[in-house]
Design a protein around this ligand. Sequence first.
Ligand SMILES: *Cc1c(COP(=O)(O)O)cnc(C)c1O
Length: 394
Amino acid sequence: MAYYQSKPVSGRHFLQIPGPSNTPDRVLRAMDNPTMDHRGPDFGAFVLQLQPKLRQVFRTAGPVVIYPGSGTGAWEAALANTLSPGDRVLMSETGWFAHLWQELAQKLGLKPELIETDWRRGADPAAIGAVLAGDKAHVIKAVCVVHNETSTGATSRIAEVRAAIDAAKHPALLLVDTISGLGSLDYRHDEWGVDVTIAGSQKGMMLPPGLGFNAVSAKALAACEASTMPRSYWDWRPQIASNKTGYFPSTPATNLLYGLDAACDMLLEEGLENVFARHDRYAEATRRAVRHWGLEIQVEDPRHYSSVVTAVRLPEGHSANALRTTILDKFNMSLGNGLGRLNDRVFRIGHLGDFGPLQLVGTLGGVEMGLAAAGVPHKPGGVVAAMGYLNGNA
Ligand SMILES: *Cc1c(COP(=O)(O)O)cnc(C)c1O
């Protein structure tokens, strides 16, 4: 049963938006424990055993700052700790989230330079490299990339962005938003030379909303010392200092940290490689269903297909929002809406987090029945195509 629902419905709600994702029972049970004294001895010991697990998920040996806050707060923290008002930052406008991050940067007094895309692909490492190569005076202080653009279903290739920065011999910091990627997609903070990784709790990490993360490189910490941006709550330094003994400068979100501990255990017990392979498999099955229906996938470049979310375009003259409303009313499933310029043009199927083959088949079944109920032209049988792929007989 949903905690609050305006109409009686039977069965479990399918929360197939690309975050918040479904929270596993094990995480919910972990949060359902008495709140501890966050200055007491057990709390420090608890956090000290959590930190190495969290670092493994980010694939970093460095500090991971945890804020009670959403991904947007973690975006702000990344910029406010490393840059100074007036600094130029190079951003790839891969979709709605990249657009919002750029607006946030402007409000902080930064000067974003945008590389636009048609919102049908990820960031272009060659274009980033070309701008940096032209910036001989090194006025660009940071390159900002959204790893998994949740609004379009495009995953940018961060290792290639890193290589482009290196090839241009440019000293800019690399700031990466993997708010919807971490815990679902292969991600390597240290190996890819990322300076700040921005993440959140409610997508691939399978927690409820409420935590934001910054993984921080040594170079980013040095930039933090030099930055003149005003900051207090978001300042990394007091937290990194307190975290050394397992504490926080202000009250942490204690019960969400229990949930985080359980979520890290689940990811590491399954094995990160297996988690990523599972996401790849469900994403491919989803795309096969979409193609079978005769609908178009928003992302055009297969190298940028996201294993977290698939945005599906509707034929001209059909409303994606009407389809989503039909599916919610008839089948009790929430799908993602189109954001910004994609409003009503696409719907988004989240296939991330705590998700198994039968949830996927149920999700795709709901979409297929919804297409029929809403009168959207399509070829029936997409779910069968997906099942064939999952069974290895596609
Ligand atoms: C969800 C999301 C955000 C915003 O995070 P909030 O937790 O909603 O503040 C930013 N970037 C991406 C890629 C996201 O998916």
